[in-house]
Every structure is written in C-alpha cells, then in structure tokens.
Design a protein. Structure first.
Length: 335
C-alpha cells in the first residue's frame, strides 16, 4: 500500500490507498460506521505484509457488534487470534487478581528485616572504602613506575605497605560478612584468598626487612590492586541493584590472567624468603625434651607452597563457575 489516507469523521472510518493486487495497481477504499463513539485519531502501522489500524473506543464497555449496520460487511472478517469476548476478559482479570493476591501472601510470609537499609549502607561503604584504597595503591604505583622506572620496584613496600596493611586487614570483614550471612559469597574461597594474601603480607614481607626491597613485592601489590579495581565497584553497584555490563565482564574476566600471575608472584616471594628464614631461624619452633625436635619454619613454607597452589586451583574453579553463571549463555525459560 502507498500513501494510505485514514480518517474518522462522525464516527465513520474512511480509508483510501493505492495498492498493487492481483489485477495490478488499484485504488482501494471503504467506510465503516462504528456502533458507538470512537476516538477521532486512529493509529496506523504499515508493514510489508499488512496494514494495521487501531481505533480506540471513547468509553470502555462491551459492544454488541462492531458496525452500526446489523449485517457485517463482506470485506470484514474477525481475527480470532486477537479476539476477546466478555467471558475471556473476566477470566483474564480474575487470573491477574489471583496472581496479585498470591504474591502479596508470599511477601507477607517473608519476615521484613528492620536492619535491611543499615546492612546495605554498610556493604556500600565497605566496598567503596576498599575501592578507594586499592585505587590509591594502583595509581601511586603506576605514577612511580612511569617516573622512576625499574627503580620504583625496590622501595614499593616502604611506599605502599601502610595502605596495603589497611586494605588487607579490612578484608578480614569479608570472612565475617560471609559467616553471618550478610553476603552470599561462599566462605572457603574468601578464607583461602584473604589468609593467603595476609600470610605473604604480614608474615613474609612484614617480618623480613631483606624481602621488603625485592622487586617481587611490586608485582604482588600490582596484581592484587588491579584485580580489586573491578571487584569492589561491581559489588558496590550490586548492593543498589545496578549492573553495568562492561564492569561485569571485567570483573569476571580480568582475574583469568591476573590470578595465576598473582599466585606465581606470591610463590616466588616465598621461595626467595626460605634461605633467609633458614639463616636467621626466625619462627622456627623448638619442642622441649624428651622430644628435642625443632620445627623449621622453612619446612612449613615448603608445605605452604603446596597449599598455595591447591588454593589457587580451588579459587580458580570457583571463579570460573561464577563467570559461567554471569557471562554464559542465558537459559531459555520453558513456556
């Protein structure tokens, strides 16, 4: 159809258009006088296969028939896919009311949490503070790297350690949040990651001055901070029901190279510290007689190295499952 002219005057629909049919190009026109008053502005939508005209009633009530004349025009035929009679409408309305009542009953059974807003506020502030802390670490290290180059590797600990101590100590709250059910994160992956990091930070780096000037400290802190730049904003926005797809993709993708690199850096740090602990005897434990046995801390570190790689495997599998849940193909709901 080309240039359809559709108007409603005095409750009569006037239609005129040029179209190509079986007999070539022709002018098609008709008139329909409605049974009761309708709005004078019809809505028209033209597609390649058909022309849809929507006419709104002035009053929402049931008509005995469509046209004023009792005999239906020959060119009119009902579309039973869209047809709705009075009984169907009543059933549909009744179903909607029952659904609404059932929803209200379910909601009334769920006890309201009086501390809901307080918990949400706490989680938002926690994630915001951690994001700002790790952002400071990342920006500071990046600027120093550009200015000083490789020389920035050797004093990373003395420049960054105070903020890293703060962030990693505060991270212990994530274990508490999981224990009390404040968040739905599984407990074991959180414990593995947080205690693993804190072991390296406080026990290895914090207790040995010889380790604090090693270049490996730069890589440990840098990989940790980049990962958290995407994790904490993601959780913060989730608290207020916002999902930003690029951030979601980054949160569940950036860890793929960074997590193994961070674990490798921690392992290198532990390997480098073993000779120092052997020489100083620090943290080695001598048991009293009659056992007269000394538990060498370097031996504990060797056992920890095995546990470190097992922990990396556990967390890697957990993060991979999360990535499939959030970024995998969505399952279609069965009708």
């Amino acid at each position: 159809l080309q240039n359809p002219d559709i108007t409603i005057t005095d409750n009569v629909l006037h239609f005129r258009a040029q179209g190509h049919g079986a007999k070539g190009d022709n002018i098609y026109e008709f008139e329909i006088e409605f049974l009761e008053p309708v709005e004078p502005k019809p809505v028209c939508r033209v597609t390649q296969r058909q022309l849809n005209i929507t006419v709104q009633k002035k009053e929402s009530n049931w008509w005995e028939r469509l046209t004023k004349q009792e005999k239906r025009p020959l060119f009119l035929a009902p579309d039973f896919d869209r047809w709705l009679d009075e009984s169907d409408a009543e059933m549909e309305l009744k179903e909607k009311e029952e659904e609404k009542i059932n929803k209200m009953k379910i909601e009334s059974r769920v006890p309201k949490d009086p501390f809901k807003h307080l918990k949400k506020g706490y989680l938002i502030m926690y994630n915001l503070v951690q994001f700002l802390g790790f952002s400071w670490i990342f920006v500071n290290m990046t600027v120093r790297l550009f200015i000083l180059g490789k020389d920035s590797f050797y004093d990373t600990f003395h420049t960054i350690s105070d903020m890293m101590y703060f962030c990693q100590t505060l991270a212990l709250m994530e274990i508490m949040n999981s224990l009390i059910g404040l968040v739905r994160s599984p407990l074991i992956p959180s414990v593995v990651q947080i205690f693993g990091r804190n072991f390296v930070l406080f026990v290895i780096l914090g207790s040995l001055e010889e380790m604090q000037s090693k270049p490996v400290v730069f890589f440990i802190f840098y990989f940790w901070s980049i990962t958290e730049l995407f994790r904490y904003p993601y959780y913060m926005l989730s608290c207020i029901g916002i999902e930003w797809k690029p951030l979601t993709w980054l949160r569940y993708t950036v860890w793929i190279p960074l997590y193994p690199l961070g674990g490798l850096s921690e392992a290198v740090c532990i390997v480098q510290s073993i000779p120092i602990f052997s020489e100083t005897g620090k943290f080695s434990l001598g048991l009293p007689n009659p056992l007269n046995v000394t538990i060498q801390f370097p031996f504990v570190l060797q056992i920890y190295l095995i546990a470190l790689f097992l922990g990396i495997f556990v967390n890697f599998r957990h993060l991979y499952k999360q990535r499939k849940q959030h970024l995998g193909p969505k399952k279609r709901k069965m009708k």
